[in-house]
Design a protein around this ligand. Structure first.
Ligand SMILES: Cc1cc2nc3c(=O)[nH]c(=O)nc-3n(C[C@H](O)[C@H](O)[C@H](O)COP(=O)(O)OP(=O)(O)OC[C@H]3O[C@@H](n4cnc5c(N)ncnc54)[C@H](O)[C@@H]3O)c2cc1C
Length: 694
């Protein structure tokens, strides 16, 4: 493992500049090879700094986005102000040397893709109170370095701020500062990754190893991953749950705001679903509510009911890599995650793993067989499947709400993004499940575009409504109250297990021998709404087709692990189902209940030193036993049955009346005397005295 001492030694040997604080680097000693000739320089002795925007000390009104970590190389921050500039993100760094510093910012003009109007998300960098000349976020559609300018800075502490100008989602990945005028940071993804890594290592942020070998390591803390973790812990496993957002819940968190659907505690295992019920928000019919309705803390608090030595809960950490057994490439040995706020990368070892990322991220890294889009009708003989396979998926929703104020409110008259007219505008005050984008795109690879398209359509429609529509007076007092910065994903990759559930299984109620929790939601299939498709080149609204089936369908265990990765469980929307069957199994109480099943199966694996498939072939009776019992959580303060009798003095604690029992508490003679004095003065008749007063 990395030792800070070693770093200091090498840095002194290599250059005259020492690491002075977090975010400050010594000289960059490597040769950074790039496509641009000017990058092919060996920079020795020139100080440079690297500031990861998501690690700024204060984020102000900027929010962290990790959804596109793999695609753009990092988490980044975004000025999510719904048209009102947000508070500055600020940090402090140490300037190692007085001089003229060249300041580069990795950013993009996110609305450039629609080739219309001014860049939406503009911002500036302010160093020690001085605003850098260049307006940033104006550099084209792709993530790239844009020069903020040059500035003379003294040696010592300096403040750096990102100052939003528009409130329309300007975004910043990192700031690179150097006194070398010839050093232009690379935009080539692989080289940039190496460059970033070198810089991070130079500043002392390196990979650490969690010393525990977990029974189960789970990536993704939506309802599926959270219920799985809790069930595994409570049935005896050691668990690590790694979630890339600051809270648990995924689509049911206050960031995305989808209500839970489906049933729990249904035969054949009416005790499955207790964990789902424990962490479910009290509220949650259709529609979107304020943040508190989603009870993010409730999901995290459930872990406090578990023994603390049996789990590690890692929030803000994104799994980005897997390691495999060199002798068995189909077996995972570790997953590696990066914390967005600290930059620390941690390697987690485990016997079994679970992919609950919603995008089958781990499964795909492992080369597991996956399905995406709609299978052709003949593949599973499903009437709901199209004749020919295609890549159509149910889209991502950026849910939004508005509210009415007493006074008129303005909204910027924007010229970017989609152009709305009276024929196209939607006279609405919020967007829920139907505000849906990306149906023809790749949900995992194009998440940033898909979310941006949903968000841009909200702003462009709202701007037209408020500034130009015929009925603008009716909207005069309306203001955008909340627009999700994340975007909720409905569908992405599914992973092939030993059994693939189909529409026929569900509609004919096929009962498999390894039946587990039940699916109760209807076959609920979304399509781009034809009305919207007719008006726009790319849809942003959906409609749904619902078809109920006769009886709840128990999902077989064999659809809950990957067929071709030996120790990978599946959780959430990636389980092994056909696209048509997915339209029913995809809801969160069902996926949470199935998460419970996997949690129990992981505990069977831990006890029997087994792999997921073995639970079906050898140990299914043990899983069955656990499913019959369900996961039990204790009730706090259940009451006072039993034989105990005693006093509770706050500073002395609970002390029994029985002298022999009290003596076992090892209290001092002084405390015993004090106890006797207080008890005597209270004059309570103890059980042992009752016979004397009858
Ligand atoms: C708008 C909308 C409406 C819907 N309506 C309903 C409804 O009414 N009722 C219902 O029950 N369902 C509904 N659904 C479906 C349901 O929300 C999803 O199917 C469900 O959230 C899937 O659960 P999950 O745990 O698999 O994924 P998610 O809820 O997406 O959770 C996965 C979590 O993993 C995290 N993650 C991803 N990659 C990584 C990584 N590499 N490392 C660490 N963490 C990672 C993500 O940030 C996320 O928080 C709706 C979905 C949407 C989008």
């Amino acid at each position: 493992m990395y030792k800070r001492r070693d770093f200091i030694k090498t840095t002194i040997a290599g250059s005259s500049v020492l690491l002075l604080s977090r975010n400050v680097f010594g000289s960059l000693k490597q040769s950074i090879k790039g496509t641009n000739d000017r990058i092919n320089v060996t920079v020795v002795g020139k100080p440079c700094l690297w500031l990861e925007a998501e690690e700024f000390q204060y984020l102000g009104g900027w929010v962290i986005d990790q959804q596109s970590f793999t695609q753009m190389g990092s988490a980044y921050i975004m000025a999510h102000g719904m048209g009102v500039p947000v508070a500055d993100a600020t940090t402090v760094c140490e300037i190692p040397e007085k001089g003229l510093w060249h300041v580069w910012v990795r950013t993009r003009n996110w609305t450039a893709v629609w080739k219309r109007g001014a860049p939406a998300g503009r911002f500036q960098v302010i160093i020690n109170g001085k605003t850098m000349p260049e307006t940033l976020g104006t550099n084209g559609a792709a993530w790239a370095w844009q020069k903020a300018g040059t500035i003379k800075i003294k040696k010592g502490g300096a403040t750096v701020a990102l100052h939003d100008l528009t409130g329309f989602n300007g975004r910043c990945d990192a700031i690179f500062m150097t006194t070398d005028a010839g050093l232009i940071p690379t935009n080539e993804p692989k080289e940039l990754d190496a460059f970033r890594r070198t810089m991070m290592e130079q500043m002392g942020t390196k990979r650490v190893d969690d010393p525990v070998v977990y029974d189960l390591a789970i990536a993704g803390g939506g309802m599926a991953g959270t219920c799985m973790a809790l069930a595994a812990i409570k049935t005896g496993s050691k668990v690590v749950l790694i979630q890339d957002r600051p809270m648990l819940g995924g689509c049911n968190s206050s960031e995305i705001r989808v209500s839970l659907g489906g049933g729990t505690q249904i035969p054949p295992y009416p005790n499955i679903g207790k964990v789902v019920n424990l962490i479910s928000p009290v509220m949650g019919s259709g529609g979107t509510y304020s943040a508190d309705f989603y009870e993010d803390e409730r999901k995290a608090n459930a872990f406090r009911l578990c023994p603390s030595d049996r789990y590690r809960l890692c929030l803000n950490e994104r799994v980005f890599a897997v390691e495999t057994d060199p002798n068995d490439p189909k077996r995972i040995t570790a997953i590696i995650a990066k914390n967005a706020r600290t930059g620390i990368e941690t390697r987690y070892l485990a016997k079994n793993f679970a992919d609950c990322t919603g995008d089958a991220f781990i499964a795909r890294l492992m080369g597991a067989e996956t399905m995406y889009g709609r299978e052709e009708r003949s593949r599973f003989k499903e009437t709901l499947a199209p004749e020919k396979a295609d890549q159509l998926v149910m889209g991502m929703s950026v849910i939004w709400r508005s509210k009415k104020l007493k006074e008129p409110t303005a909204f910027p008259d924007i010229d970017w993004g989609l152009e709305f007219t009276e024929d196209k505008v939607y006279y609405i005050r919020g967007g829920d499940w139907e505000w849906e984008t990306g149906q023809y795109r790749n949900m995992a690879e194009e998440a940033e575009y898909i979310r941006d398209y949903g968000m841009m359509a909200i702003y462009a429609n709202w701007s037209f409504l408020k500034n130009h529509s015929k009925r603008k007076d009716e909207w005069a007092n309306d203001v955008l109250e909340w627009v999700s910065p994340v975007g909720g994903k409905r569908e992405s990759y599914r992973v092939v297990g030993d059994v693939i559930i189909t529409q026929n299984d569900i509609e004919k109620n096929v009962i498999y021998p390894d039946a587990t929790a039940t699916s109760t939601w209807n076959l609920d299939n979304h399509f781009p709404d034809p009305e919207n498709v007719a008006k726009f080149d790319e849809p942003f609204r959906a409609c749904a087709y619902h078809r109920c089936y006769e009886k709840p369908f128990p999902v077989p265990y064999r659809s809950l692990y990957a067929r071709d990765v030996k120790n990978l469980f599946l959780g959430g929307r990636i389980i092994s189902v056909s696209r048509a069957a997915f339209s029913a199994t995809r809801v969160m109480r069902t996926l949470g209940s199935l998460g419970e099943v996997v949690g129990m199966a992981a505990s069977v694996c831990a006890k029997e030193n087994a792999e997921p498939r073995d639970v079906y072939t050898i140990h299914f009776d043990k899983l069955k036993n656990l499913m019959e019992q369900g996961v039990r959580f204790q009730t706090y303060h259940p009451g006072g049955t039993g034989t105990y009798e005693g006093y509770h003095f706050k500073e002395m604690g609970h002390l029994p009346v029985d002298d022999a029992e009290r003596a076992k508490r090892n209290i001092s003679p002084e405390q015993e005397a004090e106890f006797q004095r207080r008890v005597k003065s209270l004059g309570v008749i103890h059980k042992s005295m009752e016979k004397d007063i009858q």
